[in-house]
Design a protein around this ligand. Structure first.
Ligand code: 13P
Length: 246
């Protein structure tokens, strides 16, 4: 039985006062039946670590450099994230693919850099609306995942995968539980074929998950939790989503 995981992706939101309030509320609402994490802007990682240390809540980053160290102005290495106690680093979010030109190959190298330092990559895959309408959904997500599987080779089973249809992110338009389940099943089969451990791996759904649709999504057999954007910024909403994961 896979344990559910709910991860808040704060994106570029928050400030010290609001973060403190949100994290205090998440701590106060424990225990959860699922694993719960927040992926915060890098500048807030230290404070988040200090606040959550000693609790069962986890934290992580929203990106990581593919490089170990060196002259890469503005980048943050996996070793730095590990030193900050990060359990996770999101890699290949569609916003980074779209606005920063991240390729499948780069995403794969970032996932490898994270794993090499003991930081679990949350690898995002997902199709655009045009790709879905063109019947390309399966081909697109399989291509995106395949790049990471080949880069990680024998460690591929260590990653977390997040299926985030681009057309459902921040739009209020959620994939139906059936649409999401269909893609999750494809991804799990691909992971199983590549690693032999697909049944144990965590595949999250992301894209307009809210308190009122989380339970149905999480009830699907291959949906192991969520990667939550907007709703992770409001304590009551995020707590309700975490409680929907049992
Ligand atoms: P929303 O939940 O705001 O749609 O964002 C989803 C997402 O991109 C999480 O990474």
């Amino acid at each position: 039985m896979r344990r559910k995981l709910v991860v808040g992706n704060w994106k570029m939101h928050g400030n010290r006062a609001a973060n403190a309030e949100l994290l205090a509320a998440l701590l106060a609402a424990r225990p959860y039946m699922a694993d719960v994490a927040v992926c915060v802007p890098a500048l807030f990682l230290h404070e988040t670590a200090a606040t959550l240390a000693g609790s069962d809540l986890r934290w992580g980053a929203q990106d990581v450099s593919e490089h170990e160290q060196g002259a890469y102005t503005g980048e943050i290495s996996a070793a730095m994230l590990a030193e900050c106690g990060c359990r996770y680093a999101i890699v290949g979010h569609s916003e980074r693919r779209a606005y920063h030109g991240e390729s499948d190959a780069l995403v794969a190298r970032k996932a490898q850099a994270a794993l090499a330092r003991g930081v679990t990559p949350i690898v995002c895959v997902g199709e655009t609306l045009a790709e879905r309408d063109g019947g390309q959904t399966e081909a697109v997500v399989k291509r995106q995942l395949s790049a990471v599987i080949h880069q990680l080779t024998h460690c591929a089973a260590e990653m977390v995968v997040a299926y985030e249809p681009v057309w459902a992110i921040g739009t209020g338009r959620t994939a139906t539980p059936e649409q999401a389940q269909q893609v999750h099943a494809v991804l799990r089969a691909q992971l199983q074929a590549a690693t032999g451990r697909g049944a144990t791996m965590t595949i999250l759904y992301g894209g307009s998950v809210k308190a009122d649709n989380a339970a149905t999504l999480f009830a699907q057999p291959d949906i192991d939790g969520g990667l939550i954007g907007g709703a992770s910024l409001k304590a009551a909403d995020f707590i309700a989503i975490c409680r929907a994961a049992t």
